[in-house]
Design a protein around this ligand. Structure first.
Ligand SMILES: [Zn+2]
Length: 286
């Protein structure tokens, strides 16, 4: 359930590039969550695959009938880096051949929580960079408190990989400029609505060109703190994405509709979403 005060339809269609809809908190009301996303004018979701189980669950979900288009990323989160082995590599490699899977990830480095040893994180990350280079798919990257190391690794891989987005960017200005210099894309969540830890982002969010910027909820995590009403259970969901876009637009001194339209255009190009829907049309004609 969303209170009426939180129902807000984006003036222009949106793509939520980071939705963890395979999280158990969505099990009981998935159809309602998808319907509410549709009502909010969120027309496509990219479901985040973070390990073997969640990649498979995301693909199964994306194969269902849905009022919004569903796509999937396939990769292994740095938290699970110690699970990386040849069998998992083959599993991810196979998933990347599925027509709904549009990116490699999420993968990267998390030196904030260090749930896997750093050496294992680097190894799993480089293996996935190799998969991206081989498959030609873009990368969906996770980085927390590891900007310096991430930049060093990406510099050495830059010529081999294609497009890459640093999802839920929370770092400092210098790291952001480093990513933009490498021609990377940036994903923004409701983090910048968080006065406790995210307000530094508001200073430089306008420095990200709209053809490099995409928006995401990272739901069920990171419920924005700028919502005009309390949400029971505090579970974030794709229908709330327009509130994040509104905040981003305000921080950029830009028009909400313009930010919605341009970030959607960026996402469609980045994940090749148009080509994919053509492909699906062809498949159903068979
Ligand atoms: Zn992440």
């Amino acid at each position: 359930m969303l209170p009426d005060a939180l129902r807000f339809r984006s003036p222009s269609p949106l793509v939520d590039i980071g939705a963890n809809l395979t999280h158990e908190s969505f099990d009981r009301d998935m159809d309602d969550v998808l319907a509410r996303a549709h009502d909010a004018n969120v027309q496509a979701l990219v479901l985040t695959g973070t390990d073997r189980e969640h990649i498979d669950a995301a693909i199964a979900l994306a194969e269902r009938d849905s009022p919004v288009a569903l796509y999937v990323t396939a990769g292994v989160h740095p938290h699970h880096a110690t699970q990386w082995d040849t069998s998992l590599a083959a599993h991810v490699g196979h998933a990347l051949t599925h027509p709904k899977v549009v990116a490699v990830g999420e993968c990267g480095l998390d030196f904030n929580r260090d749930f896997s040893p750093r050496q294992a994180q680097v190894q799993a990350f480089e293996a996935q960079l190799e998969l991206a280079a081989a498959s030609g798919k873009p990368l969906f990257l996770h980085e927390r408190d590891a900007g310096h190391e991430m930049l060093e690794i990406l510099k050495t891989w830059r010529d081999d990989i294609g497009d890459a987005v640093v999802h839920c960017f929370t770092g400092e200005r210098k790291t952001l400029y480093g990513y933009l210099d490498l021609d990377l894309h940036i994903g923004q969540t409701g983090w910048l609505c968080d006065e406790r830890r995210g307000h530094h982002l508001r200073e430089f969010i306008k420095d990200i060109p709209l053809n490099r910027l995409m928006v995401e909820t990272d739901c069920p995590y990171l419920l924005p703190r700028n919502l005009p009403a309390k949400l029971k259970g505090r579970r974030h969901e794709p229908a709330l994405l327009p509130w994040i876009v509104r905040e981003i637009a305000a921080c950029r001194h830009d028009d909400e509709e313009n930010v919605a339209r341009e970030t959607t255009r960026t996402a469609q190009r980045f994940f090749n979403l148009d080509a994919l829907s053509d492909q699906q049309g062809a498949r159903t004609d068979d």
